[in-house]
Design a protein around this ligand. Sequence first.
Ligand SMILES: NC(=O)c1ccc[n+]([C@@H]2O[C@H](COP(=O)([O-])OP(=O)(O)OC[C@H]3O[C@@H](n4cnc5c(N)ncnc54)[C@H](OP(=O)(O)O)[C@@H]3O)[C@@H](O)[C@H]2O)c1
Length: 262
Amino acid sequence: MSKVGVITGASSGIGQALTVQLANSYSILYICGRKLDSLEITVKLCSGKSAKIVPVAMDLNNKESIKKAAAEITNKEEKIHLLVNNAGQSQRSLVKDTSEEVEARIMQINYFGQVQLTKLLLNALQKAQGSRILITSSIVGKFGYPLRSTYSASKHALHGFFESLRFEEKKNSIFVQFLVIGRVQTQVSVNALTAGGETYGKMDNGQAGGISAEVCAKKIEAALQSNRKEVLIGGKELLMVKFKKYLPFLFYKIAEKESNHV
Ligand SMILES: NC(=O)c1ccc[n+]([C@@H]2O[C@H](COP(=O)([O-])OP(=O)(O)OC[C@H]3O[C@@H](n4cnc5c(N)ncnc54)[C@H](OP(=O)(O)O)[C@@H]3O)[C@@H](O)[C@H]2O)c1
């Protein structure tokens, strides 16, 4: 059976490593991002693997671009078996300084764009009967954190929307799985937006000490074999998710102490 996958944010970091990881398990993988030259690098990294890798230009900050990308895929594919909503942009700015434009941009890329793309691909996901939608969330999709206000809000919003979709689409055998990611060594902090919309340009210490994108991709592949609705991936920072749920007093003590350094 021909298996079709779509991975957003495949030009870098987690999405790129995941494309390489899944390239022997799918017949065709459509990989999306703004930077076509970087998507071509992903294609090269998959050489020798069985899947056909097809780069698709898509800017989640541009509704027309999302429509065009979705049409490019659905014009060729009747069924889609996997959609990985992975693309995203982080934030490094205080609420008091952050412009409305930056807030709107983060919500469009991390939330509205993913919703729009998913709705455009939903018919093909339904037709596959047994398809899966992966959502690359974050530990800050589970709690708020200084300098991440809108980023955290966008990841929380994904949980509300896609959990609702899971209930609605159970009858069409679509399964939604959340990846609650901790720290992974990627360009996510370098590419994060500052208060005025420039990129932060620095690798955070936390990021630098995270697991590799390749290890993260292996764990995502393992998650795909399970029916767990939510999978935590990362290092000891994942404890904060457990603390928030089971020992909230400890969570607030640690998070407030860390917030004093901001
Ligand atoms: N790394 C971590 O520690 C960590 C932790 C928790 C969650 N996450 C999440 O993991 C996901 C992947 O991030 P990463 O760590 O791999 O970071 P990354 O290396 O910065 O990769 C981000 C990816 O998102 C794509 N992207 C960004 N803006 C886009 C836009 N406007 N339109 C389309 N694609 C866009 C980028 O592609 P182009 O530049 O080509 O458009 C790139 O492929 C994100 O959702 C992030 O929030 C990461």
